[in-house]
Design a protein around this ligand. Structure first.
Ligand code: NDP
Length: 336
């Protein structure tokens, strides 16, 4: 095994490189470039934001960040930065970690009634004492920019217009823009959370895919995944989906974001990726999805890289939802 200094110098002896070659090697799959699509979505929003600004006012997003979770702070900072870049007004609320559900509701209620607020985002995860269901029931559905409320989810089940959860909506946008056909194809979603797994399964179903949802109690997960023409991995388990799980030529969407700090694992997963290895040597960690990267690249027909795949779309869709809600409120546009 080579050392971090080997990695930093990119100087790995050839015999230490593990050759990766899968039995059903397809070819190098097309990269579904989330950064590029995210830029396109943002560019398309600019004239709509300009129209709102010149006719009425700038769209406005309220962001509620409870406590001081470091990851949440970074997510919120990025969301506010995206607002600033596009000319969307952001309002930040920073309640303390030990706030009660009732106190939080008192802070959110005025936002629900504020005619100058178009979207309200409550950054997850919330501290354990907060009752998320109560919170979601109180959130004005017309400001539910994340699409997490029972109302928005019910509308999704019925395939009726409402804000859609940003990550799954971003995945659908990516598939659409890369002209990946969905109707009649077999889609397998690994993960059944309310924010990713269930909504993406419903969205694919509404586009006439034949959908299977897998979870931690699924028997023969590899066998289920191998049947997928479109495989969506949203489980939060680093590189758990290996070559045996992927049908040659499948489209693979890797939603997982996992921070790897184990050097041997980084070397095993990215044996030829000098940039990645140098990054690890410098920072002591690297991001990996739920799918083994080399397997995904070699066996799929198209795949989302981590980072740079699904992640950038989540914020772009948050901006899109904010603009849509502002247009509905200020210009009387329909939700469709
Ligand atoms: P959750 O932890 O809420 O859900 C994980 C799901 O995966 C659960 O349904 C769980 O099953 C299932 N699961 C876990 N382990 C296994 C296993 N070994 N086999 C089969 N199924 C399993 O996660 P989220 O949905 O919130 O997020 C999933 C991943 O996506 C995370 O890595 C997260 O960081 C990432 N993410 C990325 C976003 C982005 O913008 N790129 C946005 C949101 C999430 P069960 O229900 O039985 O417990």
């Amino acid at each position: 095994m080579w050392t971090p200094s080997d990695i930093a110098a990119f100087g790995r002896p050839a015999e230490k490189i593990v050759p990766l070659c899968y039995p059903h090697s397809y070819m190098s799959g097309t990269v579904l470039d989330g950064k590029k699509v995210s830029r396109e979505i943002r560019d398309e929003l600019r004239p709509r934001i300009d129209a709102l600004r010149s006719n009425k006012r700038a769209p406005a997003l309220a962001v509620v960040l409870v406590g001081d979770n470091p990851a949440s702070q970074i997510y919120v900072r990025n969301k506010i930065k995206a607002c600033q870049e596009l000319g969307i007004r952001s309002i930040e609320l920073r309640p303390a970690q030990d706030i009660t559900t009732e106190q939080l509701l008192e802070q959110i209620s005025p936002l629900n009634r504020d005619s100058d607020v178009d979207g309200i985002l409550i950054q997850m995860p919330l501290p354990k004492q907060i009752d998320v269901n109560t919170l979601n029931l109180h959130l004005d559905p017309m400001r539910d920019v994340d699409g997490f409320s029972a109302y928005s989810l019910g509308r999704l089940v019925r395939n009726e217009p409402a804000p859609r959860a940003c990550t799954p909506a971003g995945i659908m946008e990516l598939l659409k823009r890369y002209q990946i056909s969905i109707a009649g194809r077999r889609a397998v979603v690994v993960g059944r959370s309310d924010i990713v797994g269930k909504p993406i399964a419903l969205m694919l179903l509404h586009e006439n895919a034949t959908v299977t949802i897998c979870h931690s109690k699924t028997r023969d997960l590899a066998g289920e995944c191998r049947r997928a023409d479109i495989l969506i991995a949203a489980m939060g388990r680093p590189a758990a989906i290996t070559a045996d799980y992927i049908k040659p030529g499948a489209v693979v969407v890797d939603v997982g974001v996992n921070r790897l700090t184990n050097e041997a694992e980084v070397v095993r997963l990215f044996p030829h990726d000098t940039g990645r290895l140098a990054g690890y040597a410098k920072n002591g960690s690297t991001l990996v999805g739920d799918v083994e990267p080399m397997a995904m690249q070699e066996i799929s027909s198209a795949y989302t890289p981590v980072p740079g795949g699904v992640g950038p779309l989540t914020i772009a869709m948050l901006m899109a939802n904010t603009v849509k809600l502002a247009e509905m409120r200020l210009l009387g546009k329909s939700a469709g």
